[in-house]
Design a protein around this ligand. Structure first.
Ligand SMILES: NC(=O)N[C@@H](O)C(=O)O
Ligand code: NI
Length: 162
């Protein structure tokens, strides 16, 4: 059986069951540095079972839509945040957990400047930029063990644009 998942714009409300949307489009939470800088403060819930928080940079290859969704993964020991270093959109795919397996995936396309923080143990597709500017700062758990569970879909799932 094949399934087609249509992308939708990323909103904090729709993404809330899966994580946080890190968005700097609105007003900052506070002005700092003598009024010269707007601080969008404390935008995501970092959650690690052990280890430490790390900052890495991903240079991800661009993906094209429609795209076959082969697998989703999750990190049982920590949350994982993706902060794009460009204003290009990227694809965010998540799925609810249904007795240890992913349920029907949801696919979002970010608006310029939006980042995401997947909450701990949430099924998600790997980092998927939709342009060549696929550079991300990633904040996630650095520690022992794989901190990775993968689920490879048997059925044919295609992500397509709205
Ligand atoms: N494996 C890795 O560091 N990245 C993935 O977790 C991902 O979500 O892209
Ligand atoms: Ni991940």
């Amino acid at each position: 059986m094949s399934q087609r998942i249509v992308t939708r714009p990323l909103t904090a409300e729709a993404f809330a069951p899966f994580g946080d949307v890190i968005d700097v489009s609105g007003e900052p939470d506070k002005m700092i540095n003598q009024g010269m800088c707007g601080r969008h403060h404390d935008k995501a819930i970092l959650d690690f079972s052990d280890g430490k928080a790390g900052i890495s940079v991903f240079n991800a290859q661009a993906r094209e839509l429609p795209m076959r969704l082969d697998m989703v993964e999750r990190h049982p020991d920590g949350s994982q945040a993706f902060l794009p270093l460009s204003r290009e959109p990227f694809l965010v795919v998540v799925a609810p957990d249904e007795n240890g397996r992913p349920g029907t995936p949801l696919a979002f396309v970010t608006a310029p400047g939006q980042g995401v923080n997947y909450h701990r143990n949430v099924w998600h597709a790997v980092c998927a930029p939709l342009s060549e500017q696929g550079q991300f700062a990633v904040v996630d758990r650095i520690g022992d063990g794989p901190n990775l569970e993968e689920y490879w879909f048997e059925e044919d799932i295609t992500i397509q644009e709205q």
